[in-house]
Ligand binder design. Structure first.
Ligand SMILES: [Zn+2]
Length: 371
């Protein structure tokens, strides 16, 4: 191609695509005329988006998207070493591991799986020209962890996952206020304080992280205080409900807009890791107060987010009736069918009565106060 043509092409492309964004290593296709001269070039920006450059005549530049097809798939497997390895062995895309970790973020610590833990998951796979390019929503999953089954059923009306009893998989409070932080000191009744050089209680959990790491509120709530104190340094206290309040110490900076009275949402950033006040290095000292007393948050069964709304129960039960049976392992399905057949034989009249859905005992969780 003549240099002048290339410059003109780049100029023409500008409103559609900045040619400086061309990346080495990305795929492109060159289409030629029968005489060998280049007709147009298609640059693949990603698995879906492309830019087509006409190399002759009008030098038109056009952006396009390849059609993405969503297919429903089921994968199942047993964990030997890690979830990634199990998903790979099941022939499913590795992105499924991340999607599952999100669904079960409140129930299962995927860093502490046990060999023998197993899963069965119904999910959407995104494909372009027959090739898998990613994972869409998980529609339903069952994870067997340490002998207990954990169900997660996606309910479109509330855009949330619920278990077989219609309880939310989400907890109203997260396990930790920082993503991927290391616990440097746990909750202890008595420990030697490195700065004060005396034994005293450690009323919270220290999360060591680099200065500036965002710290978020573990739940929805209202800011009670946001101040700079001698020992606690810059710190924020949030009231979540009648029972639970949390506090976060030693910030390098309190996030903008965080002041007494501010409403915050779960995972909203409230400050940044630092070492203000009495601290030996950058970390966040996190305290969970239950009825005003500091408690070890790792020992608490935290309250769940609200269950399926009463007005949507019937719809949720329909979704569940469709999804749940497909998530049961084959031997359990057989066992249930045999049990159902046996009960029909011994109580012939029972089959005439519409039976409630399995697992739906209408069980409700009493929340210690809504957030
Ligand atoms: Zn501490």
């Amino acid at each position: 191609m003549a240099y002048a043509t290339a410059v003109e092409l780049a100029e023409k492309a500008r409103p559609t695509f900045d040619v400086r964004a061309l990346q080495a290593g990305k795929r492109y296709r060159l289409y030629r005329r029968p005489d060998g001269t280049a007709r147009h070039l298609v640059y693949q920006r990603g698995p879906v988006r492309y830019v087509s450059f006409a190399l002759a005549g009008s030098l038109a530049v056009r952006k396009g998207r390849r059609p993405v097809r969503t297919v429903r798939r089921t994968a199942s497997g047993t964990v030997e070493a890690s979830l990634y390895e199990a998903i790979d062995r099941a022939g499913a895309p590795l992105a499924l591991a991340q999607a599952m970790a999100k669904v079960y973020a409140w129930q299962i610590d995927f860093f502490r799986l046990r060999p023998g833990d197993g899963f069965r998951v119904i999910y959407e796979e995104k494909r372009v020209a027959g090739k898998t390019i990613g994972v869409g929503r998980i529609l339903g999953a069952r994870f067997d962890h340490r002998g207990d089954p954990y169900y997660g059923i996606y309910f479109e009306e509330e855009k949330e996952y619920f278990n077989e009893a219609g309880e939310s998989l989400r907890k109203s409070l997260l396990q930790a206020p920082i993503e991927f932080a290391q616990v440097s000191s746990g909750f202890q009744e008595r420990r030697y304080h490195p700065v004060l050089e005396e034994y005293r209680a450690h009323n919270g959990t220290d999360y060591a992280a680099e200065t500036g790491t965002p710290v978020y509120s573990v739940g929805d709530g209202r800011v009670v205080s946001a101040e700079n104190e001698k020992y606690n340094g810059k710190n924020v206290k949030i009231r979540h409900n009648d029972t639970y309040t949390t506090q976060y110490l030693h910030f390098s900076k309190i996030a903008d807009g965080i002041e007494p009275g501010t409403r915050v949402q779960q995972k909203q950033v409230i400050g940044y890791v630092g070492e203000t006040g009495l601290a030996t290095g950058p970390h966040c000292h996190y305290i969970l107060y239950k009825n005003g007393e500091p408690v070890d948050h790792t020992e608490q069964t935290l309250p769940s987010a609200p269950p399926v709304a009463d007005s949507l129960r019937a719809e949720y039960n329909r979704v569940k009736a469709r999804v749940l049976p497909k998530l049961r392992p084959p031997e359990e399905r057989e066992r249930r069918q045999r049990a159902a057949a046996a009960s029909r034989e011994s109580f012939p009249a029972a089959s005439a009565i519409p039976s409630p859905l399995p697992g739906n005992g209408g069980k409700r969780t009493l929340l210690p106060g809504r957030l």
